[in-house]
Design a binder for this molecule. Structure first.
Ligand code: NAP
Ligand code: HSE
Length: 428
């Protein structure tokens, strides 16, 4: 048997403890599969006195993750602390600079610094792997970099934030308003320390930008992701979308067009009985379309101890076996700059408005839409007790520029109250 592979694990929270458990409970199986023992030599977290439910007595403790990364008895630095910079980045840079392989679950760090870290890894002859960073337990990075490597990828899309999917499906199933379900998610410990990362679509945007890089051979361009969160989705939207045969999902779509790379992460309506429409709770789904393979759909747990640790172990096992894949599936210095493009692909839109209930109000709205070349497919005004009329419009296919123009003009009609909600309807 070869020399043991020695890990230093920084971060002993949900994911770190999950990794420790797998290594402790499945040592024989892992050694059988890789031909060498996988051992932990040192760990790091902030609080050395915390009971984490696992026996850490056999491992050296480092208070400083950078010191952990630099230890001579650490071959692979496993970064499971989080944070887009700070100790996570410092320790990753330290490990790569010393020629040590790094495994991380940190999508925020890679979305911001993926290119420079990948270059650093390759310059020092080591690998930087991140299966756990996107869609938890779903092996989407391996699928793109290996299983689908013979394809030109035409589109990547999916639901990549379990917390948002939980909130949206719970609003749907229990008929509860956003604020109540948001609090439930907080009480269940689902939300990131900064909840706007989840509900603002940022976390999912980080993940989409990483998938785009591999799929299209471009440098990570998180700033190029058009982002819209779920904070403004009301129970009315959920109910009315359901009434028309749709579910609302925080959906990411990335595709390369003649104008550049389109990346958008936004709440969309998808048909209720489509695979995405049926996705419940914290589950994630990623859909990849390749020129040779057609459509591939991967579905599974997007977060949590076991699923995320499972993905971390996939990278660790690759390293133990000597499988050396570049971070984004091709040498980092061959990745092209990603020219961001705004989506020109036409689709129908769902628009919800509150109108002053006076004669001619609907006509004014229809006129503004018509002036922006938007044709109405369906329109409903709901029963209401107050002075304002809730109105729902489904448009024929139109492009984003027309929609934005109409949304800008609608307040000038004098009959629209508040900000209209406008969501794409995706035919998936
Ligand atoms: P977590 O439960 O909050 O754990 C973070 C760990 O990092 C804690 O053990 C903490 O120490 C330690 N830590 C934080 N700052 C540190 C510092 N300056 N020095 C040393 N240790 C430090 O986080 P998590 O949920 O396991 O997530 C870890 C990473 O995985 C993040 O990048 C996250 O985005 C990613 N991820 C998580 C999931 C998931 O389902 N949780 C899924 C996919 C990806 P203390 O325990 O002492 O406070
Ligand atoms: N906050 C993330 C989610 C964790 O809800 O999907 C997994 O990346």
């Amino acid at each position: 048997m070869s020399q043991p592979l020695r890990l230093g694990i920084a971060g002993l929270g949900t994911v770190g403890v999950g990794v420790v458990k797998i290594i402790q409970h499945k040592a024989d199986m892992l050694a059988m599969r890789t031909g060498r023992d996988i051992v932990i030599t040192a760990v790091s977290a902030r609080d050395a006195s915390k009971d984490r439910g696992v026996d850490l007595s056999g491992y050296a403790w480092e208070t400083d993750p950078v010191a952990l990364a630099k230890r001579d008895d650490v071959d692979v630095f496993v970064e499971l602390m989080g944070g887009h910079d700070g100790p996570a980045k410092d320790a990753t840079v330290a490990a790569l600079g010393l020629g040590k392989d790094v495994v991380t679950a940190n999508k925020a760090m890679l979305a911001h610094y993926g290119q420079e870290l990948a270059v650093l890894a390759e310059t020092h002859g080591c690998v930087l792997r991140f299966e756990a960073a996107v869609a938890g337990g779903i092996p989407i990075i391996k699928s793109l970099t290996e299983g689908l490597a013979g394809n030109t990828i035409t589109r990547v899309m999916g639901v990549m934030n379990g917390t948002c999917n939980y909130i949206l499906t719970r609003m749907q199933s229990a008929g509860l308003p956003y604020d109540t379900v948001f609090q439930e998610a907080a009480d269940l410990g689902y939300l990131e320390a900064d909840p706007t990362l989840d509900v603002g679509g940022i976390d999912a945007g980080h993940k989409l930008s990483l998938l785009s890089s591999i799929a299209f051979g471009t440098m990570v361009n998180f700033d190029g992701v058009e982002l819209q969160g779920i904070e403004n989705i009301s129970i009315d939207d959920i109910v009315q979308a359901a009434d028309m045969g749709y579910r609302i999902k925080l959906l990411g779509v990335a595709q390369m067009t003649a104008e550049g790379l389109e990346q958008r992460m936004s709440p969309c309506l998808v048909p209720t009985n489509s695979p995405l429409g049926q996705l419940e709770g914290g589950t994630n789904m990623v859909v990849v379309e390749g020129d040779e393979v057609g459509q591939v759909v991967l579905r599974g747990a997007g977060a949590g101890e076991g699923p995320t640790a499972s993905a971390v172990m996939s990278d660790v096992l690759d390293i133990a076996r000597g499988t050396r894949i570049t971070t984004f599936g091709q040498p980092a210095n061959t990745l092209k700059p990603a020219q961001a493009a705004i989506s020109k692909i036409e689709c129908p839109y769902y628009i919800r408005l509150e109108l002053v209930d006076t004669p001619g109000a609907l006509a004014k709205v229809a006129t503004v839409l018509g002036q922006s070349d938007i044709s109405i497919k369906r329109m409903r005004q709901y029963d209401h007790d107050g002075e304002n009329a809730p109105v729902l419009i489904v448009t024929h296919r139109t492009d984003n520029a027309n929609l934005l123009q109409a949304l800008e003009k609608l307040p000038n009609t004098g009959v629209v109250i508040g900000t209209p909600v406008a969501l794409r309807i995706e035919d998936v």
